[in-house]
Write a protein that binds this ligand. Structure first.
Ligand code: PEP
Ligand code: MG
Length: 554
């Protein structure tokens, strides 16, 4: 038995075993170390700060130029923060009042971090990046080593309070074989980078501070259990088993079906033509969620029907007649669109977002449906079209009439608990539904999906969430209509077995997750899936659910 087992939120599956590696210390600066800067020296002090910020930005850009994909984007974005005019100006202003450069850097960052936190959503997520830039600039000013992850000489498990994007970007997965953090949620940068690197990742692990550097650690990215000093032989055999599963995933080519041949569509979530074409490199059968709003985040004006039709055509063409589920604009909350003007809302996640926008701007939804209809007609296909954030059967009926009027297949997302509870009534109005487990979990647990502190609650294995999913799946079976899952839950191979056991007919997620999900289903029978679903529904909490399902499926 392991001496200690810590528990966190699993983000990327797989098993890794190795010594714990902590990132370098953050620089320590005591304001009392220096008095006020004499007036005559303030310009020079501001120059010293500007040079330090430029050096830090330059280093990050240099690393970006030697990286690719998400790593390069993250490093460039962090470099951009070090050069942000607002932030640089705020630091210089404080120096102008006599603050030493390191103290001014810390104080100005605090102001910005408070502002970002207040803005919430994606801005709040940038606080970690901003603090990281602060630490790098302060280290540069103090002449101490830049904080960050040292390059280990043996494959290690990176353990940290939280990882700044610039720490995790560009890591070598051969040397850093897993990430474990005390903070961070399933949508944090740490999680995104771990997915990109394909290394196991567990976040929101409390009590990590006691894990000394060099201590042997076994990380299970599927169950979220982190064992400290486990039995070595057992740890090595678990790593071996996970390698075998990874090989099975690499060899899996689809289509999705259980070991006894029950079909389950394994689909991709995409955002535009580029991501759709990239998704075809993975063994997916089509698109289960095309998040159309993501293509228009930077647009000041509503794109014309022609322009929209061309974009939808790109995604349809990438999949060459195969299934494509297009979601109408999910504007609002964490994804505001400039051309969808909205009143200031104190609680935007529960405000006028998703399909609710149509009550204020009916023409925007109508134009979008016209564009989808045009793309479908010219391509000679019939895409499925669904609305986000549907709360009741009346909304579903109203949307379905608009969609069917254009000769398209009509569905809605089930993301609001009310819609899950009344799934039979909603399904009776549409041709299919797709469960958005990210929002369904957020609203069921009343826990912000962006919050690192609430990661244990925003876990789709929460029994209350699973019960709602089961209600929807049952309604689909009763009415003989497809019920998909297109939230992050569909990327978890173990949870995929549970969902299929409940009667879910398709699983759509980040394309990189498809192979592991498909390979796991291919090794699991329908009976095992049903048994797994029963076990998960009977469990008292996410940990018990994962353990019970792992015992049946693995
Ligand atoms: C969801 O809520 O699960 C979903 C798929 O939609 P989004 O993540 O875009 O809100
Ligand atoms: Mg959603």
């Amino acid at each position: 038995m392991p001496q200690t087992a810590l528990k966190g939120t699993p983000v990327v599956g797989g098993i890794a075993y190795g010594p714990a590696l902590w990132p370098g210390e953050r620089p320590v600066y005591r304001p009392a170390d220096g008095g006020a800067v004499p007036e005559a020296e303030r310009d020079a002090e501001a120059e010293r700060f500007a040079a330090a910020a430029a050096t830090v930005a330059g280093r990050l850009r240099d690393r970006a130029s030697h990286s690719n994909g998400v790593a390069a984007e993250v490093l460039s974005a962090t470099a951009g923060l070090a050069e942000d005019r607002g932030w640089v100006g705020a630091v210089k202003k404080l120096i102008g009042k006599g603050e030493q450069a390191p103290g001014a850097t810390i104080a100005a960052t605090e102001e910005f971090a408070a502002l970002f936190t207040k803005l919430g959503g994606l801005m709040a997520e940038r606080v970690t990046d901003l603090n990281d830039v602060r630490d790098r600039v302060v280290a540069e000013l103090l002449g101490v080593p830049e904080p960050g992850v040292p390059v280990p000489d043996t494959p290690s498990i990176l353990v940290a309070d939280d990882l700044a994007p610039a720490d995790t970007a560009g890591l070598d997965p051969a040397l850093v074989t897993a990430l474990v953090t005390r903070l961070g949620g399933p949508t944090s940068h740490t999680a995104i980078i771990a997915r990109q690197l394909g290394i196991p990742c567990v976040v929101a692990v409390t009590d990590l501070a006691g894990v000394a550097a060099g201590t042997a650690v076994l990380v299970d990215g599927t169950t979220g259990v982190v064992e400290i000093e486990p039995d070595q032989t057992r740890a090595r055999s678990r790593v071996e088993e996970s390698r075998r599963a990874a090989l099975a995933a690499a060899a899996w080519t689809g289509p999705g079906r259980t070991a006894d041949g029950h079909p389950v569509s394994v689909l991709a979530n995409v955002a535009d033509g580029t991501s759709a074409r990239a998704a075809t490199a993975h063994p997916v059968e089509g698109v289960g969620l095309f998040r159309t709003e993501l293509a228009f985040l930077d647009r000041a004006d509503e794109p014309s029907v022609d322009e929209q039709a061309a974009l939808y055509r790109e995604v349809i063409d990438a999949f060459d007649g195969r299934k494509v589920v297009i979601r109408t604009l999910d504007a609002g909350s964490d994804k505001p669109l400039k051309f969808v003007s909205q009143e200031h809302e104190p609680n935007p996640a529960m405000g006028v977002r998703g399909n609710r926008i149509a009550s204020v701007h009916p023409e925007i939804r109508a134009h979008q449906l016209d564009a989808i209809g045009r793309a479908a007609e010219t391509a000679g296909v019939t895409p499925w079209v669904m609305a986000p954030m549907i709360a009741d059967a009346r909304e579903a009926e109203e949307f379905a009439a608009e969609v069917r009027g254009r000769g398209l297949v009509a569905g809605v997302m089930i993301e609001i608990p009310a819609a899950a509870v009344l799934a039979p009534a909603i399904l009776s109005k549409v041709d299919f539904v797709s469960i958005g487990t990210n929002d369904l979990t957020q609203y069921t647990m009343a826990a912000d999906r962006m919050s690192a502190e609430l990661a244990a609650l925003t876990d789709p294995w929460q029994p209350a969430v699973l019960h709602l999913v089961a209600t929807v799946a049952r309604a689909g079976q009763d009415l003989g209509k497809p019920v998909g899952v297109c939230g992050e839950a569909a990327a978890d191979p173990l949870l995929a077995c549970v969902l299929v056991g409940m009667g879910i007919t398709s699983l759509s997620s980040a394309p990189v997750a498809a192979a592991a999900v498909g390979a796991r289903l291919a090794e699991t029978t329908s009976d095992q899936c049903r048994e797994a679903a029963q076990a998960a529904l009977a469990a008292a909490d996410p940990e018990a659910a994962r353990t019970a399902v792992a015992a049946i499926v693995l």
